[in-house]
Design a protein around this ligand. Structure first.
Ligand SMILES: Cc1cc2nc3c(=O)[nH]c(=O)nc-3n(C[C@H](O)[C@H](O)[C@H](O)COP(=O)(O)OP(=O)(O)OC[C@H]3O[C@@H](n4cnc5c(N)ncnc54)[C@H](O)[C@@H]3O)c2cc1C
Length: 439
């Protein structure tokens, strides 16, 4: 006889774990099946030569009022300690300045010419007007909007921001991606509030790093699971999900049964484990567009980054996001040393070794003194979000054509980014399950 569960969750990334936690706290008996030998997916930490690295640099957004906070308030018994991120610095033309979050900062942001700054402010106001009038800006690219009127450093800066927000260039980034940010959406309709927000508000206030690394978020989730309600089996790849009302979930090691299955792998891979999905649905999943990133972790034998915050390197080729992680938690590096992560976008079908070499050389060309202090070097190639937010982007739905089979994860949700986006998708899943009477 197959083992029967109230819910089976496929995948133990942060979306799968948060779903399992919420559903078990809602009284369900949950089984989590994970193909890897570890839990956490791309939200994980591990040790390399005395340093503790994460799966890519992570700063978690909206932990005061966002979806992760809601899940923590509702379901966590213990929460991680969060350390404020600090400033985002922009490195451009050999100079470095805090990112200009408001108009005052923008006027002082002399890394790009004043004439470009004035042009961009005018553009911002006209776009806000169009956005407020209800026009769909998801098909208008940032590149189309700014045209060719700007100087090369400004174009590099905007392109770099596009890569930072969506992983793609200005020409592939929809204007709506920028206007979709919580910062913009939360602006009230009151004109005075609006002006205050644009002129004065600081941008990166509600952003943090979890003390102890990403593993502390995973551990907080795991230790909040109610005893005997959740079973997690690692090293069990789900190979088939079948059945109408009651679903049979197969792995190479066993068969499990449930009325409700939540799949948190890539939605585009769903047809690999579910037969006979409607062609139209399978074709739409094929349109999900994901990107790869390269992260280089460097262990330095002395502290070379002293600012509180991270750096956006417009100067480097390829662009890079640089986070000196051990500045948030010195215990992640051996005493007196520093752990720094550098994230780069990878080009499709490129030569990986060549890209690694270029990326490393770009770090050394921007800060030559680093090279003499590297004592640990670690590379990661990972997918930060299962669907990138680009022009013509398709997102999957929580509901699938199969009754009782649901999706969760960053390809089912367009709000925000990364862990915040994953958390939104879990909240969305829970609301669907409530509507359908599952919880
Ligand atoms: C370089 C980098 C930088 C990032 N920076 C940030 C940041 O600054 N802030 C932020 O919030 N987020 C960031 N993220 C993104 C964030 O980590 C991810 O969006 C989030 O962790 C995705 O969680 P997930 O559960 O949806 O997917 P995943 O972590 O991909 O989990 C899916 C899980 O399903 C398992 N699985 C798939 N198929 C099967 C199967 N058939 N059977 C069993 N198991 C299966 C997989 O093994 C995996 O464990 C970053 C990610 C990267 C890579």
């Amino acid at each position: 006889m197959n083992e029967m569960y109230d819910v089976i969750v496929v995948g133990s990334g942060i979306s799968g774990l948060l779903s399992a936690l919420a559903l078990s706290k809602e009284g369900k008996k949950v089984l989590v099946l994970e193909r890897n030998d570890y839990v956490g997916g791309v939200c994980r930490s591990y040790n390399v030569e005395g340093y503790q690295v994460d799966t890519g640099p992570h700063i978690i957004t909206r932990t005061d009022h966002g979806p992760l906070r809601q899940l923590m308030d509702d379901y966590f018994d213990v929460v991680p300690n969060f350390i404020p991120h600090g400033e985002y610095y922009v490195r451009l033309n050999g100079r470095i300045k805090p990112f200009p979050w408001n108009l005052k900062g923008w006027f002082n942001f002399d890394l790009i010419p004043q004439i470009d700054r004035i042009y961009l402010i005018k553009t911002l106001f006209s776009v806000s007007y169009v956005f407020n009038s209800g026009e769909d800006l998801s098909r208008r690219s940032l590149g189309e909007l700014v045209g060719n009127n700007l100087s090369p450093p400004t174009m590099r800066f905007l392109n770099c921001l596009s890569y930072f927000m969506t992983g793609t260039s200005m020409d592939e980034t929809p204007v709506a991606r920028f206007l979709d940010s919580e910062h913009y959406k939360n602006q009230s309709n009151n004109l005075l509030d609006k002006l205050y927000n644009i002129l004065m508000k600081e941008g990166a206030i509600d952003q943090v790093y979890p003390k102890g690394g990403l593993r502390s978020l995973v551990n907080a989730t795991l230790s909040s699971l109610p005893k005997d309600q959740v079973e997690i089996k690692t090293g069990e790849a789900v190979t088939k999900i079948s059945g109408d009302t009651v679903k049979n979930v197969e792995t190479e090691k066993g068969d499990y049964t449930s009325d409700t299955v939540i799949y948190s792998g890539f939605a585009s891979d769903l047809p690999l484990v579910v037969d006979d999905l409607p062609t139209e649905y399978t074709n739409s999943l094929k349109k999900l567009y994901k990107l790869d990133t390269l992260t280089i972790w460097l262990g330095l034998d002395k502290k070379l980054f002293n600012r509180k915050g991270s750096e956006i390197w417009v100067d480097s080729d390829p662009y890079s996001w640089v986070v000196p992680i051990s500045n948030y938690d010195p215990l992640l590096a051996p005493k007196g040393k520093q752990l720094v992560s550098f994230a780069f976008r990878l080009h499709k079908n490129s030569n990986l070794n060549k890209e690694k070499e270029n990326a490393l050389n770009s770090i050394y060309s921007i800060m030559p003194k680093i090279e003499d202090h590297v004592e640990m070097k670690h590379y990661q190639v990972l997918v930060p979000e299962k669907a990138a937010w680009t022009i013509d982007t398709v997102f999957a739905d929580i509901r699938t054509p199969v009754k009782g089979l649901y999706l969760v994860g960053t390809d089912t949700e367009r709000r925000s980014m990364g862990i915040t986006r994953a958390s939104y998708s879990v909240l969305h899943l829970l609301s669907v399950l409530r509507k359908e009477g599952v919880i």
